[in-house]
Design a protein around this ligand. Structure first.
Ligand code: ZN
Length: 89
């Protein structure tokens, strides 16, 4: 596991709280445009709120990206996806 986090252009670091609550965000959710909202919207969600709203987000065709630098405990949130096989590393 590489412990350094090289900054890449265009990839902003996440320093603020999540959009849902003051917790540290673990995922970036991109909501697709809707008839009432013509532009995609980014949301930063903590592990708890991502987990409780995951099915709703999937139903809305939201794109979920795991944020860089997320700790192993938060990564475990993604381990129970039935459709994703174990990563080969
Ligand atoms: Zn939250």
């Amino acid at each position: 596991m590489d412990t350094s986090f090289p900054r890449q252009p265009g990839q902003e670091s996440v320093t603020g709280p999540a959009c849902c609550c003051p917790a540290t965000p673990v995922v970036r959710v991109v909501m697709p445009p809707t008839p009432t909202r013509p532009h995609p919207t980014d949301l930063l969600l903590c592990g708890h709120h991502y987990r409780v709203s995951r099915q709703k987000l999937a139903a809305l065709n939201a794109t979920v990206q795991k944020l860089p630098g997320v700790s192993g405990n938060a990564v475990a949130l993604f381990e129970d996806e039935p459709s994703s096989p174990a990563p080969v590393s």
